[in-house]
Ligand binder design. Sequence first.
Ligand code: 4NP
Length: 159
Amino acid sequence: MTTGVLFVCLGNICRSPTAHGIFEAMVAERGLQSQFVIDSAGTGDWHVGRPPDSRAAEAARQRGYELAHLRARQVGPEDFRRFDYLLAMDRSNLSDLQRMAPPGHNAELALFLSYGRCGGELEVPDPYYGGAAGFAHVLDLVEDAAAGLLDHILAARRP
Ligand code: 4NP
C-alpha cells in the first residue's frame, strides 16, 4: 500500500520543503520509502524551480536533514488525485487549497499541525521575513507533527 503526502505552504521554499525533508527522513529511518509518495508544493508561483531558502536549508542541516535536492513547484489540480493527504502549513494555505480543490476529489485537506502531539499551535508561522529563531521554531513544530503524522498513517492502515 502506498500513501501520498503533499506538504503545502505559500512559497515552497521554507516551511513545506522542511516538512518534506523531515518526513522523508523519518520514513526512510523506518525503511518505509516504498510505501510513501512524498512531495511539497506552494500555493504561489514566485519561487518555482528554486531550491529551498538557504536559511531553511542551513537550519535543517544543523539537525541532520538535507533539503538541497528539493525544487519549488506550484500546487496543481492533479495533486488532489495523486495525494491522499494535502497538509497546509497555515490557515491561509488551507483555504487556498479548499478553493482550488476539484469536485469529487478524495484527498484529505488539513492543517499539518493537527497531527502534532505537543498541542498548542495549529499553524507553522511563516519564517521568511524573520530571523534564525523563526527557522528553528519551524523545525521544532515540523519534527513533532511529522512524527505524529507517520504514527497516524501507520495506525490507520491496520485492519
Ligand atoms: P514559505 O515561505 O511559504 O514557507 O515557503 C515564504 C517564502 C516566500 C515568500 C513568502 C513565504 N514570499 O513572499 O516570497
